[in-house]
Write a protein that binds this ligand. Structure first.
Ligand SMILES: C[S@@+](CC[C@H](N)C(=O)[O-])C[C@H]1O[C@@H](n2cnc3c(N)ncnc32)[C@H](O)[C@@H]1O
Length: 295
């Protein structure tokens, strides 16, 4: 079958959602969707056929079982089958619906007709193969934190590290950021952010997107930024913190998400060593989001 995808179906206890999403992301899954099935939860995830062997899928299933055992939760069942590209797109799209996030945003799948009126910012997205549909707690925490940080008067210049679909960059622009520098190591994320920029009619002078990480941002900017938003995993964030400090100024703020509850201490310790104040620590499910500032 040309351009085939593995569709993984995992039936699990609701409390396992976070650890399963984390495993699937680590494994390289490109799209995920979930729905409640009675007292259980059905997670669907997709990965290109050529990227994994059957043995890899068996190993993933084992990790998911072990995670559940460690957490003392019922063991999830994992099934997989091949589907073609067209079925992948329609299957995943059928499960993703518009969603209100925070007080200001309505995240809207690109393929649905836009409502005539809304008192929210309609953030249209086709994430393609990139992460960032707004359904994940870590993304929601960032959008809500951006609502608190940015307004039309603040004229903030922002860096979005690990932009995925571009959801946070576009959200920041809608709230009033003057300019956003967005980077991602994944070329598919860069492509998705650029096409979502067009979809939301954001000028390419205001949202500058390049492949890379914070060292790329250092080359893109001509002065330190006012704010940083970074929704990656704790291990990556820890590596990035010294460079984040280097591209910010004494009045800058930061929003760091994607950090599991039991990973907060090393992140907090390093931030404090680097002269950051932790203004607030928000939690949703097992995920935490640091709202930080320099002064
Ligand atoms: C959890 S997704 C976040 C996507 C989007 N910002 C959101 O909040 O929904 C993390 C993204 O970071 C990217 N990434 C991982 N390590 C990175 C690094 N060292 N520098 C830049 N991007 C990175 C991944 O490719 C992925 O697109």
């Amino acid at each position: 079958m040309a351009n085939s995808w593995w569709e993984l179906q995992i039936v699990c206890d609701l409390a396992l959602e976070d650890s399963i999403f984390w495993r699937l992301e680590q494994f390289g899954c490109r799209g995920t969707a979930s729905e409640t099935k009675g007292y259980s939860y059905l997670v669907r995830a997709y990965i290109p056929q050529e990227q994994v062997q059957l043995l890899d899928l068996a190993a993933l299933s084992l990790w998911l079982r072990q995670d559940a055992l460690v957490l003392g939760l019922p063991i999830p069942t994992t099934h997989w089958h091949l589907i073609d590209e067209e079925d992948w797109a329609s299957s995943w799209k059928a499960h993703w619906q518009p969603q209100e996030v925070g007080d200001r945003f309505l995240i809207y799948p690109a393929w649905l007709p836009v409502p005539d009126q809304s008192d929210r910012f309609i953030l249209r997205l086709d994430p393609g193969l990139a992460f960032g549909t707004g359904t994940h707690a870590t993304t929601q925490l960032c959008l809500e934190a951006l609502e608190m940080r940015i307004d039309q008067e603040s004229h903030d210049i922002v860096a979005d590290l690990g932009c995925g679909s571009g959801i946070l960059s576009i959200g920041a622009i809608m709230l009033g950021a003057e300019k956003v520098y967005a980077v991602d190591v994944d070329p598919l994320a860069v492509r998705a952010t650029r096409s979502n920029r067009t979809l939301n009619r954001v000028n390419s002078d205001r949202l500058i997107v390049e492949q890379g990480s914070i060292d790329r941002v250092m080359k893109m900017i001509d002065a330190p930024v006012d704010g940083i938003v970074c929704n990656i995993l704790a291990e990556v964030i820890i590596d990035l913190i010294p460079q984040i400090s280097a591209i910010t100024k004494p009045t800058s703020w930061g929003i760091l998400s994607g950090i599991l509850l039991d990973q907060t201490k090393p992140v907090a310790d390093l931030l404090e060593q680097q002269g950051w104040t932790i203004a607030a620590l928000w939690r949703r499910q097992d995920w935490c989001c640091f709202n930080i500032r320099r002064s």
